[in-house]
Design a protein around this ligand. Structure first.
Ligand SMILES: [Fe+2]
Length: 349
């Protein structure tokens, strides 16, 4: 034994360390020094991959699901956009869930509420509604509808065509904190107490109902495309074009000017034809929807070619740059406000 120590002290100390690690594991302890570099990374480490979902393919499959299960049976008929590197985890980035929801003519998706907040970005159809807190918001393509934390909501489609939208929820974030609640109601639809468009008129017009208490999330239920698109078109015409993002607005909470939700923020950008954006990266993994036009986004050396209604995801801290072959509109959403609240958000080139 003594001979071995002298001839190979290095081997011996390694054996002693391994024995020690095994022993302390019985006390629910582990050495930090063996995992330090993996735990405290030099730069953001993500399993999330860049990926694009072609709308035509997704739509065909969601329509097929329409013949297999009703909205009522499913509660929500949604196909989850699963990041290819995160199959089975019901998420598109580490912090966000995304899915394509469809509601057929005559269907109702019954009222419920949950801790997770949801945004919907309308892709296809006309005349289905989302009811939130008593306002029945009828939706058109490009509309951005919000169901904030714990707000009761139901969907219905009195039109004669299917409606499809992108759902993005902060479910993985809420579940990370293990803070999620959900509740179902006896009735399928909530009572309507407001006119369609009331919340946008009351809160999104440069005035506020006098005495309304400021809240941490927007009171606007539907930021309509009819209102927002002309604003980015006007910015474009005025030459107010960010070299990375194009002519872009951020949807704002009218009380604070801050993000629409504490966990998620969204933007709408118009890119002129021929736009070649400068490279950009930030720590918020971002989901994009092509609302109009066509182009390519280079992400981490990969080209994602997009056209109308395609959805694509850029992982955290991966460098990307947009190119627009035609004048295009991109909607985007990310967890930036959550990171900013924690003081960890960063951007770079
Ligand atoms: Fe919901």
């Amino acid at each position: 034994m003594a001979v071995a120590t002298v001839s190979n002290p290095k081997h011996n100390i390694e054996a002693m360390r391994q024995a020690f690690y095994q022993r302390i594991a019985n006390n629910d302890l582990a050495p930090l020094w063996t995992v330090m570099r993996a735990v405290v990374t030099k730069e953001p480490a993500t399993r999330c991959q860049p990926h694009l979902w072609r709308y035509d393919d997704v739509k065909a499959l969601v329509m097929e699901a329409g013949g297999l299960i009703t909205a009522e049976e499913a509660e929500r008929r949604v196909l989850i956009l699963e990041n290819p590197a995160l199959h089975g985890e019901a998420r598109i980035t580490n912090t966000l869930f995304a899915g394509i929801q469809m509601i057929m003519p005559g269907e109702v998706a019954p009222v419920h509420r949950h801790t997770a907040s949801a945004i919907r970005f309308v892709l296809d159809g006309e005349g289905a509604y989302t009811a939130v807190e008593g306002e029945q918001a009828f939706m058109s393509p490009g509309d951005f509808v919000i169901t904030a934390n714990w707000a009761p909501h139901d969907h219905g489609n009195p039109s004669d065509q299917p409606m499809l939208w992108l759902d993005v929820l902060d479910v993985p974030t809420v579940n990370f904190y293990q803070a999620g609640f959900a509740e179902h109601f006896d009735e399928a639809m909530q009572k309507t107490m407001r006119q369609d468009g009331d919340s946008l008129a009351f809160y999104g017009s440069g005035v506020l109902p006098d005495g309304a208490p400021a809240i941490k999330r927007t009171p606007v239920i539907n930021y309509t495309y009819a209102r927002t698109r002309p604003i980015v078109a006007r910015m474009l015409a005025a030459g107010d074009i960010d070299r990375r993002h194009g002519a872009r607005v951020r949807y704002a909470n009218p009380f604070t000017g801050g993000p629409v939700l504490p966990t998620m923020s969204a933007c709408l950008a118009m890119l002129p034809q021929g736009f070649a954006g400068e490279p950009y990266r930030s720590t918020d993994g971002t989901i994009f929807v092509c609302v109009e036009g066509e182009g390519t986004t280079e992400v981490d050396g990969r080209a994602l070619d997009w056209r109308r209604n395609d959805v694509f995801v850029v992982p955290p801290w991966k460098r990307y740059a947009h190119k627009a072959q035609a004048q295009s509109v991109l909607f985007s959403i990310s967890d930036r406000p959550a990171q900013e609240a924690l003081g960890i958000w960063r951007e770079g080139t």
